[in-house]
Design a protein around this ligand. Structure first.
Ligand code: TEU
Length: 561
């Protein structure tokens, strides 16, 4: 039988440094702030920290636009502090995974500056340049952040490709020098002691030959060409080469996770099949788009629970034999789960945050916890468009206004889906800026920090934090959570989320009531099962012969006798 890799029983914690903790009073989180908060992570019990970019960057996309891969932006600190962070994590038995943003660089990266300098520059071909006669763009692709995916460079008359911001030009992965430079940079980080990489939009790196137009969409000048550049022709080849060139011959316990918008379960099997040596796991996006309509990302249609359940269980089934799932509700791009799929009314907030945590952490895969999720942080009460800071939200609003689209609907969409919901500062305590900074925070602190904060939770056994700690502890202790097969129960039920885990000698039941009303639970097979973990004080320690009742947003995990 196969031996599982160490990350199969690990839990990863994501830090978005700008919003985690500020040590120098400039209102922006930094490495010093993280180093000062390692006890919080140790007490939560996570195994790995994934750090969103701290590299040198003009910050057009909060660090996902890198101008020097081998240095730390002064906003965040110094390389010495990064070393100190690695040492501090290692001393506590935790690992550090860096963000790897190599689909694109910043336009201020020396590679691009050279590339842009002239059509004959040796680095011209490091990026994707095409003729733009009389300003006509090479194709109809749109940028994720609005407008075309091309910008004409006045000096040379050619246009460069940028799937994201115009300050994020796409690297040309067809060029072997580009690939070699990326591999060398990755080895440099491993030599420094980091333990792996989270690879930003890594399934976008291989563009289709000829960069063809995407099928036109009526009323849209530039269209999302997703189907053309996601999972492109040579992406598997590039990832296998990266594994060979970067990790080949190295001793160590590394973790690689590829962020892959639009990836299908079938393709994810290939990406994560250990025999192919591409990546350990992927971040898929299916379950974080279930509340979005066909128009665009901010076309908010609300949650239909069975759709969400079916999605996550489809992924569980697809990767049951080959490959591995990552499990996440939140990251720096997604609204807060308790507001999005749960119930952030103060009366249900704690129960729903812990119920959602329970159903996710009971599944098979590697769970990721995004900063503040362990406290049940909620969406921000955005009052208008002016409160959003994210380039995606700001550009979207400008387009809505320019095109005379429905502003009411756009504001609703932004309030529910905007990435800024995830980026408000972590709420450490009840003080005016929530203990995040002594200065003025770069993004407003959620007013609910007066009661929703770490200080109020870390020593309270009934807190969201304590529940996350127990879930993480279970993952470490119970092989059935790592290995057990997953079988869903009643996928079409409108509020019950239930499934079993099973190995040859044990069975586990996970049940959650994803609604406010009490819910009768009738599972004859499980009489006598022993309660392992519940999120409310009311649970039955042993499931009786009669029908039992789950309170609103109650979740329980039982082990069969
Ligand atoms: O995100 C990739 C991505 O496609 C989306 O999740 C993105 O958040 C956007 O909202 C699409 O509508 C990654 C990073 O996580 C994100 O923060 C970066 O902005 C992006 O890549 C570019 O590097």
């Amino acid at each position: 039988t196969e031996t599982r890799a160490w990350w199969a029983s690990a839990v990863v914690y994501q830090i978005y440094p700008r919003s985690f903790a500020d040590s120098d009073g400039d209102g922006i989180g930094d490495l010093g702030g993280i180093i000062a908060r390692l006890d919080h992570l140790e007490s939560l019990g996570v195994d790995v920290v994934w750090l969103s970019p701290v590299h040198r960057s003009p910050q057009a996309d909060n660090g996902y636009d890198i101008s020097d891969y081998c240095d730390i932006d002064p906003l965040f600190g110094t390389l010495e502090q990064l070393d100190e962070l690695v040492a501090g994590l290692h001393a506590r038995g935790m690992k550090l995974v860096m963000d790897l943003v190599v689909n694109h660089t910043s336009d201020e990266h020396p590679w691009f500056v050279e590339s842009a300098s002239s059509p004959d520059n040796p680095k011209r071909d490091w990026y994707v340049w095409r003729d733009a006669p009389d300003g006509a763009l090479p194709n109809n692709w749109g940028s994720f952040f609005g407008g075309p995916a091309w910008t004409v460079h006045q000096a040379t008359g050619q246009a460069y490709l940028h799937l994201f911001h115009r300050k994020q030009p796409d690297l040309n992965w067809e060029n072997p020098e580009v690939r070699a430079a990326v591999h060398a940079m990755m080895r440099w980080w491993l030599d420094r002691g980091v333990d792996g990489f989270r690879m930003d939009v890594i399934n976008f790196i291989s563009k289709p030959d000829g960069l063809p137009d995407a099928p036109p969409v009526p009323g849209q000048e530039f269209v999302n060409a997703f189907d053309l550049f996601a999972d492109g022709p040579r992406v598997h080849e590039h990832l296998a080469e990266m594994t060979r060139e970067v990790f080949g011959g190295r001793e160590g316990h590394f973790l690689t996770v590829g962020e892959m918008p639009g990836v299908t379960p079938e393709r994810a099997r290939d990406y994560t099949d250990p025999a192919r040596r591409e990546v350990d796991m992927v971040f898929q996006f299916e379950h974080v788009t279930v509340d979005q309509g066909p128009d665009d990302k901010f076309d908010y249609v609300g949650l239909d629970l069975p759709v969400l359940k079916r999605s996550l269980h489809r992924w569980q089934d697809a990767l049951a034999d080959v490959g591995w799932n990552s499990l996440y509700w939140n990251n720096h791009d997604q609204p807060r789960v308790v507001s999005r799929f749960g119930d952030d009314d103060p009366a249900y907030w704690r129960a729903s945050a812990t119920a959602l945590a329970t159903v996710l952490h009971g599944l098979r895969g590697t769970p990721y916890v995004y900063q503040g999720e362990e406290l049940g942080m909620t969406n921000y009460p955005f009052a208008g468009a002016g409160e959003h800071r994210d380039t995606e939200a700001v550009n979207y609003w400008a387009e809505v206004v320019a095109r005379g689209r429905d502003q009411e609907a756009a504001l609703t969409g932004l309030a529910h889906i905007s990435r800024d919901n995830a980026r408000t500062p972590v709420q450490w305590d009840a003080s005016p800026h929530a203990g995040f900074t002594t200065g003025t925070p770069w993004l407003a602190v959620n007013p609910n920090h007066t009661w929703l904060n770490a200080a109020a939770q870390v020593d309270d056994p009934a807190s969201v934090f304590a529940h996350y700690r127990r879930l993480i502890d279970l993952r470490h202790r119970l092989p059935i959570l790592v290995e057990g097969d997953v079988t869903s129960i009643g996928l079409d039920h409108p509020v019950l989320w239930a499934y079993t885990r099973s190995t040859t000698d044990e069975r586990m039941l996970v049940v959650a009531n994803c609604g406010r009303e009490p819910l009768a639970l009738d599972l004859p097979d499980w009489h006598g099962a022993r309660l392992l973990l519940g999120n409310l004080p009311l649970n039955e320690p042993v499931l009786g012969p009669a029908t039992s009742t789950l309170a609103g947003w109650e979740a329980r995990i039982y082990l069969s006798p």
